[in-house]
Design a protein around this ligand. Structure first.
Ligand code: 3HC
Length: 301
């Protein structure tokens, strides 16, 4: 079975080649950390490497070696066999169920039999995604090889990976994914496949409440953020953090929490919905609760 092949591997965790689907801020960050750690993404990767060289954390030769490990695949990469040797793939496209389902069915059809299919989803059910991992040629399900592998932005800095088994996930697949996340230098927590997992079940209602406080006139945005920053030692206030994550992402996660639990405590703030409708998506669009002049390097997907 794919699982037994994996456990017979001579590598520590058997993961040598990794594919990342999605070239937004999460996809590029994951590629960067994976490439950096795999033996002891692309203008943006150069920028990140340039910074490390400048700080003296890496010399030019090491930076070139890391860069050479990242290869951009073509649009048809899966069909064209460019992923033929991949051991683990991390899907990091936007939070759209239909898009992710299509990708999982393509991955199940084209990846080598032993490969692990991981998703960086922040709120979509892994059991639902796993159910779409069906090899289109044989009709066989690869649900047992699907696992949630949730990173945090900025990926090179944040030390956590949240691991989420689908109901279908093989234990050995879960353990291999855990080992690989640890090899990437991350600490791992494990969550059941419930809406928002641990992280966003707690973070998003907190951010949403800050937006409701703003919309109901409790305080100015600056005072809300400063209170949490200086009063609770948060690195960013909740409204700044919402802009950093993307207001569309915050709204879509609140909508998943609300829809899947039916609990009104997860009602997204009206202001949040209006801002997304207006195209005020936070840092990536230049306008959110705050105004940003410089655009970030990677384009949104
Ligand atoms: N990529 C790579 N490295 C970055 C970076 C980026 N985008 N942004 C900052 N860094 C690095 C800097 O180079 C610096 O590295 P150094 O210590 O080696 O010099 C270090 O991070 C600190 O950066 P700065 O001094 O410029 O800035 P701050 O000290 O203000 O830290 C921050 C910036 C790390 C972003 C900090 O404000 C922070 O931790 N904010 C909260 C982030 C957070 O909560 N993220 C999780 C969001 S939720 C999520 O992603 C899940 C999803 O499902 C919603």
């Amino acid at each position: 079975s794919p699982a037994s092949k994996r456990s017979l591997s001579t590598d520590a965790d058997g993961i040598d080649k990794v594919a990342v689907i999605g070239a937004g801020q999460m996809g590029i960050g994951i590629s960067y950390v994976a490439a950096k750690q795999i033996t002891k993404g692309l203008q943006f990767v150069d920028t990140l490497l340039g910074k490390e060289v400048k700080k003296g954390k890496m010399n030019n030769e090491e930076a070139n070696r890391v860069r050479s490990r990242i290869k951009a695949a073509s649009e048809n990469g899966l069909q064209d066999g460019e992923f033929a040797e991949v051991d683990l793939v991390v899907e990091a496209v936007s939070e759209n169920l239909a898009v992710k389902q299509t990708i999982f069915s393509q991955l199940a059809t084209h990846l080598p039999p032993h490969a692990i299919l991981a998703s960086n989803t922040s709120s979509i059910s892994l059991s639902t995604l796993a159910a779409s991992a069906i090899d289109q040629k044989t009709g066989q399900s690869r649900a047992r090889q699907v696992v949630g592998f949730h990173f945090f932005n900025p990926v090179p800095v944040m030390k956590l990976v949240e691991l989420i088994p689908a109901l279908q996930t093989d234990r050995s697949v879960l353990e291999t994914a855990r080992g690989f996340a640890e090899r990437m230098g991350k600490t791992v927590t494990q969550s059941a496949d419930t809406p928002g997992f641990i992280s966003n079940r707690l973070l998003m209602p907190f951010i949403n409440e800050a937006i409701i406080a703003l919309e109901t006139g409790v305080a100015t945005k600056e005072d809300i953020d400063t209170t949490l920053k200086l009063g609770m030692n948060h690195p960013m206030g909740p409204l700044t953090l919402a802009d950093f994550i993307g207001l569309d992402t915050c709204l879509s996660i609140m909508e998943v929490l609300m829809r899947e639990t039916g609990d009104s405590k997860y009602r997204p703030s009206v202001l949040l919905g209006r801002m997304v409708s207006a195209g005020y998506l936070g840092k990536k669009s230049g306008q959110g609760f705050y105004t940003y002049t410089a655009q970030p390097p990677p384009p949104p997907q």
